[in-house]
Design a protein around this ligand. Sequence first.
Ligand code: ATP
Length: 335
Amino acid sequence: MSGLTVPVDAPMAGDDIMIETEDVGKVFGSVRALDSVNITARRGTVLALLGHNGAGKTTLVNILAAALPPSSGRARVAGFDVTREPREVRRRVGLTGQFASVDAQLSGRENLVLIARLLGADRRSARARADELLELFGLQDFATRRPGTYSGGLRRRLDLAASLVGQPDVIFLDEPTTGLDPSSRLRLWEIVEGLVAQGTTVLLTTQYLDEADRLADSITVLSAGSVIAGGTAAELKATVGQRTVTVTPDPAAGPDAAAAALRRAGMEPVPDRENGTVVIAIEASKDIAAVIRALDHAGIEATELSFGEPSLDDVYLALADQQTRPRPTAPAVAP
Ligand SMILES: Nc1ncnc2c1ncn2[C@@H]1O[C@H](COP(=O)(O)OP(=O)(O)OP(=O)(O)O)[C@@H](O)[C@H]1O
């Protein structure tokens, strides 16, 4: 519906920067939801936002969608300032997930036609756009059915299709594959990759680190409203060391006791209470023996031990641990 319009005033950075914030802050009464957040995403890339509940992800997405004004700093999306040019921003972004709503009384196709009409398309082009999207998303066979009869995977595809009716330059994907089976997840990932290859810029919020690893060109980790880490998946992984050992201690001991024993041996273990494991960054293979010795010394048996390259999960756990322990210096990873 709209191509990229060159903004009249000077952009904060180069033309192909599609999302950019400069020291964005947001306060809700006494709550500081965002504190000096700086992020950047180039055209045709995926920026993933990671963070625990309450980290500030939704607040940031709302600011970038020009649905909520920042308290301080500035943000530009597709070259437009979210505070001074909110209408231009809204015309260029597509929202999915908790933001988009499909009418349960209408069929999948009727929903897409309605959205196109609401965006100003005439009847014929609205139908043409709906059919184009139904084909792109493999929804032709379900076009006349109501979304209430769709599977989870089909609903996500319709939701994403709905966000693309206006041909946005930037889409915000909010947990796009939560609750989907593996093949539906893969299908959705392939669709997103196709859109990105055509130049769409994606801001992805997800709780699945494998999703961020697969899709994201860069990752920003938010904690309590601040950016605590940022970079490519490879850069983030490099910050947590080359290799790790993951130990599952006997449940009678548990990860905290195992972590304490390993700390006494001079290591820096990260307990993962949810999975009942402890992750230890190691320099060399011989360090595995030191892990086993330290546990044995404390009388703790390991029921499972695995050796691996760092994953984004390791990065996330290490960052979470940094956040919960008092530290005299700033986090090791700069945005
Ligand atoms: N309208 C509001 N009024 C008051 N506080 C708010 C409001 N919106 C968000 N907050 C607070 O701001 C902080 C950030 O919330 P936000 O919803 O952005 O986090 P989130 O990372 O998206 O979390 P979740 O994953 O649970 O959605 C939280 O402490 C939240 O309670």
